[in-house]
Structures are given as C-alpha cells and as structure tokens.
Design a protein around this ligand. Structure first.
Ligand SMILES: Cc1cc2nc3c(=O)[nH]c(=O)nc-3n(C[C@H](O)[C@H](O)[C@H](O)COP(=O)(O)O)c2cc1C
Length: 172
C-alpha cells in the first residue's frame, strides 16, 4: 500500500528570555513523542526571524509561539507576520493552527492579535490559545532568563501531541 503523503507542522517562535523557547521545545517534544498511526508528520521548529513566506506556504499546519510585550505579540513575531501575511494570503486557507503565549501576567491581547491575523489567513484554530504566565513583574524579573514549570511544559507537550495526532489521522 502506498504511504500517505507526509505533512509538515511548522512551529514559529520568538523568545527573548527563554520562556517561549522552552514552551516551543516542549511542544516539539510532545509532537515527536506522539504515537502516530501513519508516522507521516514532520515538525519544523523555526525562529520568527528565520521563517520565510516559502516556509509558511510549504507547511500543512502551524503553531505560533510568542511572548506578550507591551500588550502585543513580540516585535520580531510581528515582523514575521508582516513579511509573510500577503505572500501567503489566499494560499493557506483552512489549514489548522494553534498559538502559545508566554506572558508575565496577561497574554490575552497577544492571543487576540494572533487570532485576528489567523482569521485573515482563514486558518482554523484547533485549540484555545495556550497562555503561560511567568509572573515576572519587576524590571529585574523581566530581564531574567525564565524557567517554565513542569506542569506548564506538560500543557505544551500535550498540544504538540494533539496537533500531530490530529494531522496524522486526518482529523484537522
Ligand atoms: C518590553 C516588555 C513588555 C512586556 N509586556 C508585557 C505585557 O504587556 N503583558 C504581560 O503579561 N507580560 C509582559 N512582559 C513580560 C513577558 O511577556 C515575559 O517576561 C515573558 O516571559 C517573555 O517571554 P520570553 O522569556 O520567551 O522572552 C513584557 C516584557 C517585556 C520585556
């Protein structure tokens, strides 16, 4: 029997103090550990600055992971969307996506921003935005490297598993 075509999950992230990066790595870990029937899903983890429109066009599904900065997605994540939005518009409709936000105490607006962009692209959300709080409030705490706790990382792993299993089974 011919193998079904392989699918690619593209994880685009930006991280300044490591929190979002740990979340993205955990998602990747969960995605790699997912028990897939067909074994057809490949996961690519790319920094926002290294992601080109071609990468977006070639992928079948997306996870967007960003810190919330000043009530918005991080500037370099915005730069990724700014560079890729129009080249991909009308060409990636109906593909599934999820988002992860690393925030001090909020994260809602960054999540909303990604939702709006994804709506423009006509992507389909497969889960609610996953928002993880680092509780950093002071300038010192904000500047420190972040350590995301196991329970939070587990949520990221589960999202990775869900994404890959759903893609593998053709549910998404
Ligand atoms: C300039 C700046 C602005 C920030 N603004 C917000 C904010 O609006 N809401 C919030 O919840 N956290 C805010 N934070 C906290 C970051 O979201 C938090 O430190 C997060 O862990 C950063 O992710 P990273 O470790 O992947 O860089 C801000 C941090 C910086 C540096």
């Amino acid at each position: 029997m011919p193998r079904p075509e392989s699918k690619q999950l593209l994880v685009v992230y930006h991280s300044a103090t490591g929190g979002t990066e740990q979340m993205a790595q955990a998602l990747l870990f969960g995605a790699s550990a997912a028990e897939t029937e067909n074994g057809t899903v490949h996961v690519a983890l790319k920094s926002a600055t290294n992601t080109r429109p071609q990468d977006v066009l070639l992928a079948d599904a997306y996870v967007f992971a960003t810190p919330e900065n000043l009530g918005a997605i991080a500037g370099l994540m915005k730069d990724f969307f700014d560079r890729c939005y129009y080249p991909a518009l009308g060409k990636i409709a109906a593909r599934p996506y999820a988002s992860m936000i690393c925030a001090g105490s909020d994260g809602q607006n960054a999540a909303r921003q990604i939702e709006r962009i994804a709506t423009g692209w006509r992507l389909r959300a497969i889960a609610e935005p996953l928002i993880i709080h680092t509780h950093a409030q002071t300038p010192e705490a904000i500047a420190q490297q972040k350590v995301i706790g196991e329970a939070d990382l587990m949520q990221c792993k589960k999202l990775g598993q869900l994404m890959v299993s759903g893609l593998d089974l053709g549910i998404f």
